[in-house]
Design a protein. Structure first.
Length: 133
């Protein structure tokens, strides 16, 4: 029964992201209290939720989600995007350019996709330019 419920949770989570119902997706994600229970969710969907939270300027929630993603997925795809998300949340949400800079560097360290690399380099340049003045 647990597996059936987990599959249902995964499908509901995915559907709520497709329909752009971030509230439902976030509630479902939060209700999965352990790393094991969150593993039933597609990594891409978890990252999509974080991106959606960033887009809605919910930086604290996005930062929490991306940090948890990094802690639970220390290798593999998506780390570049999670570190980028942490950087964006700390830079735009908390106005902490030094912390953001370090997250952006970590995104580069994990071998980012070309698109993530371009975005990270853009933000690193932006921070460097602002620090000069």
């Amino acid at each position: 029964h647990t597996r059936r419920r987990s599959l249902s949770s995964e499908q509901t989570f995915h559907q709520s992201l497709i329909s752009k119902d971030l509230e439902q997706a976030e509630q479902l994600y939060s209700s999965l209290s352990s790393a094991g229970s969150r593993r039933v969710l597609a990594k891409e969907d978890i990252l999509a939720l974080g991106d959606g939270l960033l887009h809605k300027h919910r930086y604290q929630e996005a930062l929490h989600l991306f940090r948890r993603y990094i802690a639970e997925n220390q290798q593999g795809p998506g780390l570049d995007r999670a570190y980028l998300g942490c950087g964006l949340a700390t830079y735009y949400g908390m106005k902490q350019s030094v912390s953001a800079y370090h997250y952006f560097l970590q995104a580069l360290d994990v071998g980012p996709s070309p698109a993530i690399k371009r975005e990270v380099l853009h933000h690193l340049e932006k921070i460097s330019t602002l620090q000069k003045y």
